[in-house]
Design a protein around this ligand. Structure first.
Ligand code: HEC
Ligand code: HEC
Length: 310
């Protein structure tokens, strides 16, 4: 199987540097230590974004116990901290009035791009990056500046966008409904045959999967296979320099440095720059992309089909 960057991300890489940051941030979020819960709402504290901090220790994406599934999902998709629901609610009408005309009412795109995949959005936690961007816009490309809009309003818009991403990507976890086996198993089987057999088999790796994984967990495992406790699912990279080629698990990556841990445990830092190429390889890249294109009906049909395989 080709575990390389998904087509979409790959295409974006060819055209846009921001997409590179997206890939990098998604990759790095996997490796980042989890911030200990420090708000009233434990689940909301979730996962820390890469602050360009030090390399994370292996398996260091947990602090004080297992992640909840929502946290793990956020980590998988590199979504950063959970959005502030009250701010998002305030941001909704501001978005509708100022942005929806170009980016669509649900941020899925219009004459402006889909913002659910935007690195400008995904790299942001609470507006600290997005607000400065919105202030200047990209007038030459059709994105107007919002220099006169108060920071607070723009922060609320940022939260609104984060909530849209969350709701869209997090479908496997936000519904706490135990009765998920209500779809059409036959349609699920057909969908599986068309989309999944390239990498999976119901007589091989997914044999009896319905008996092994509870339906709700199956839904999550299918949309975002958990990476923790699965060393084989780690993001790897091949770094090529004049001195040769090194391959290993990515423990840190940003614009300036990439740190690999080789299979024998050797840690190899590289300064990025001319003559240094980094090829990332995420075994779960396909699933990441899938999280955004899976339709609700197909998800239900698939879980019904796979959940029935005992
Ligand atoms: C007149 C149309 C228009 C309006 C209004 C508008 N945008 Fe945009 N926006 C665009 C276009 C076009 C682009 C793509 C610019 C480019 O190609 O670099 C863009 C780009 C963006 C991006 C960067 C996407 C990326 O990943 O490169 C973000 C984020 C964004 N807009 C958010 C907003 C928000 C939030 C608002 C409202 C406060 C808004 N926009 C209002 C047209 C618009
Ligand atoms: C391009 C390859 C690829 C495709 C296509 C793909 N997957 Fe996966 N999937 C993976 C990889 C890699 C893993 C991690 C497997 C491992 O570590 O053994 C995985 C893991 C899973 C898991 C978790 C299994 C477990 O034991 O935790 C499920 C469930 C799953 N995939 C379902 C699906 C379904 C359903 C489809 C089709 C809609 C699909 N996958 C398509 C590559 C793929």
């Amino acid at each position: 199987m080709s575990g390389f960057l998904s087509n979409k991300i790959h295409r974006r890489l060819l055209v846009a540097v921001p997409a590179m940051l997206l890939t990098v941030s998604v990759a790095f979020a996997q490796q980042s230590p989890q911030r200990p819960a420090n708000t009233d709402d434990d689940a909301a504290a979730a996962v820390q974004k890469p602050a360009g901090a030090s390399a994370a220790p292996a398996g260091g994406n947990r602090a004080g116990g297992r992640m909840t599934s929502a946290e793990a999902t956020r980590a998988f998709l590199g979504l950063g901290v959970a959005p502030d629901a009250a701010a998002a609610e305030r941001g909704k009408p501001i978005y509708a009035q100022n942005c929806a005309g170009c980016h669509g009412p649900d941020a899925r795109g219009g004459i402006g791009p889909n913002l659910l995949y935007s690195s400008q959005v995904l790299d942001d936690d609470h507006g600290e990056k997005l607000v400065p961007f919105l202030k200047v816009g990209r007038p030459d490309k059709g994105m107007p500046p919002f220099a006169g809009t108060p920071d607070r309003d723009l922060t609320d818009v940022a939260e609104f966008l984060h909530l849209q991403v969350e709701n869209y990507a997090n479908r496997g976890t936000y519904q706490n409904n135990n009765n998920v086996l209500v779809g059409n198993a036959k349609a699920g089987a057909a969908y599986f045959a068309k989309n999944c057999v390239q990498c999976h088999s119901v007589t091989g790796d997914l044999k009896g999967v319905g008996g092994r994984i509870r339906p709700l967990d199956l839904q999550r495992a299918m949309i975002f296979p958990p990476r923790e406790d699965h060393p084989k699912r780690a993001i790897r990279a091949t770094v090529t320099t004049a001195a040769g080629t090194v391959e290993g698990v990515v423990t840190r990556i940003d614009d300036f440095v990439v740190v690999l841990t080789q299979d024998d445990g050797t840690v190899r830092p590289f300064a990025r720059g001319e003559g240094v190429t980094v090829a990332l390889k995420d075994p779960l890249a396909w699933h990441k992309d899938f999280a955004f294109r899976l339709k609700d009906k197909d998800m239900t049909d698939l879980v019904t089909y796979l959940g029935g395989l005992k």
